[in-house]
Design a protein around this ligand. Structure first.
Ligand SMILES: [Mg+2]
Length: 194
């Protein structure tokens, strides 16, 4: 049996990628649409400075994370994967959000072996410590950094991560595709071992 260490980002990967948009539009008095989010940096998309964003996130970030919805099929796929593999959530969220994030995963019925909130977008070290076989991510710069460190990455397609990808990164469009990819990945791995 091939048991994998699967690292999974949370925001935009497990959650709907645009769940913060209506609250941000209301707060900043903007009318930004999903199609306008072609850049990962919310500040650039909303045309706001760092201080204004930090204040918004400080006031409402936790609530917005808490009420976010999971992408369709996430719960079912991760539950099936967790029967064979180790599921490690690795997010750039601040460490202070650890309890809330664990509770959210529990509430959504999503199992995990560990939850690491790094407070930084640098995920290579966490991936090394977790002996990561496959990293599922929505942020292009994180994906490129992980691929450069020789990790296999599945990049969940979003309006803000379109680019030509190196061979270690595969673009996927939903959790059902992620499950199929992992099935093939194991098959190839077993063949290599045989
Ligand atoms: Mg993310």
């Amino acid at each position: 049996m091939t048991n994998l260490n699967i690292c999974i980002d949370i925001d935009g990967t497990v959650t709907d990628p645009y769940y913060w948009l209506s609250d941000a539009n209301r707060y900043f008095n903007r009318r930004v649409g999903i199609q306008d989010i072609t850049c990962y940096d919310i500040k650039k998309v909303m045309r706001i400075d760092k201080d204004a964003y930090d204040e918004f996130y400080h006031l409402y970030g936790e609530d917005i994370h808490w009420k976010s919805a999971a992408r369709p099929g996430t719960k079912e796929v991760i539950n099936r994967l967790s029967l064979m593999h180790h599921i490690h959530f690795v997010s750039a969220r601040g460490k202070n959000l650890t309890d809330m994030s664990r509770d959210w995963l529990k509430q959504e019925g999503i199992p995990s072996d560990s939850v690491s909130l790094l407070g930084s977008s640098y995920k290579v070290k966490a991936a090394q410590n977790l002996n990561c076989d496959l990293f599922i991510e929505d942020c292009l710069s994180n994906a490129l950094e992980l691929a450069q460190a020789k990790f296999n990455v599945l990049l969940v397609d979003c309006n803000y991560n379109r680019a030509i990808l190196p061979p270690q990164i595969s673009r996927v469009y939903n959790w059902s595709q992620i499950e199929s990819y992992i099935r093939d990945f194991i098959f190839k791995k077993k063949k290599q071992l045989a």
